[in-house]
Design a binder for this molecule. Structure first.
Ligand code: SAM
Length: 283
């Protein structure tokens, strides 16, 4: 059956024509399965005409699925060869597509052309998946929903709940912006080249950030310190930040948190309460 999406033959041809040799440093694993692309697009639940930002369009596998669904797409790609080709790939199949590409490291993008995107849909480069996810949520308030494909283990971490072994910095920071859940597993054989690990989808829905007087940066500093040494109590882990163990203990009690608890049991609101104490000390 004919399809506007990229299968194994199209991926091979395109890569060959461009002289693309996928690199691990840029997390270049390209989807060559239209069924997987349509599954991702379906889970994203896009509205026709919805403005979507994609990070790392690569050869265009997912981009074409988004355009096929009627989305208006702005894509951010770091690789100049891929960024230089993607518009032709899209326009050859969808001449009327509303599509733009930005050649940049996604971590450096502070403004996007066109309408503010309401959704982020991406097959993220694995080595920078969490920083890219958090940075996009932080910089682009307009993002209401996110569907990203990441390493399965990273998906679990982002969606983890307090008290679980894998609950950590990505889980708490993501919870500042959104509620997250895992949304399906993707095997490694739908990629070229096939990665060494399975992938999974994480779906995030924007929520109100915790109501707190502490700035986000300060809350995140508390989170970083609390998880820097997972096995330490909060009293010990936060002693550096508060100047001493005794000061940390006082702050934790004032925040209503047991000083002998560990970071992995706290929700993001509790980290905010602790950061408020840091606020007061600084004044
Ligand atoms: N979306 C394509 C697909 O599904 O086939 C490619 C996904 S591939 C896992 C990741 C893509 O992100 C590559 O095209 C890579 O060049 C690009 N990339 C890597 N690091 C990036 C960064 N910091 N900013 C923007 N794009 C990046």
């Amino acid at each position: 059956t004919s399809s506007a999406l990229l299968g194994p033959a199209e991926i091979r041809d395109l890569a060959g024509r461009l002289g693309v040799r996928p690199t691990k440093t840029l997390g270049q694993n390209f989807l060559h399965d239209g069924g997987t692309v349509r599954k991702i697009v379906r889970i994203a639940g896009l509205q026709p005409g919805e403005r979507v930002v994609e990070v790392g369009p690569g050869l265009g596998s997912l981009t074409l699925g988004l355009v096929e669904a009627g989305a208006s797409v702005v894509a951010i790609e770091i690789d100049p060869v891929l960024a230089g080709q993607i518009t032709d790939t899209v326009k050859a199949r969808f001449p009327d597509a509303d599509f733009e590409v930005v050649l940049s490291d996604a971590l450096d993008v502070t403004a996007l052309p066109g309408e503010p995107p309401t959704a982020l849909v991406a097959n993220l480069p694995y080595n920078v998946a969490v920083p890219v996810l958090l940075t996009m949520l932080q910089r682009f308030d307009s993002l209401e929903r996110v569907l990203v494909m990441v390493q399965a283990e990273v998906a679990d971490r982002v969606a983890a709940v307090p008290g679980s072994k894998i609950y950590g910095i990505p889980s708490v920071k993501a919870a500042w912006y959104a509620s997250a859940r895992r949304a399906g597993t993707i095997g490694r054989n739908v990629f070229w080249p096939a990665p060494n690990v399975d992938s999974a989808l994480v779906y995030l829905e924007r929520r109100e950030p915790p109501s707190t007087s502490a700035p986000r940066e300060r809350v995140f500093a508390v989170i970083d310190a609390a998880f820097a040494q997972r096995r330490k109590t909060l009293r010990a882990a936060l002693s550096g930040l508060f100047g001493s163990g005794a000061a940390a203990e006082t702050a934790l009690r004032a925040a209503g948190v047991d000083p002998s608890a560990r970071g992995e049991t706290l929700v993001v609101e509790q980290f905010a309460r602790i950061a408020e104490q840091l606020d007061q000390r600084a004044e």
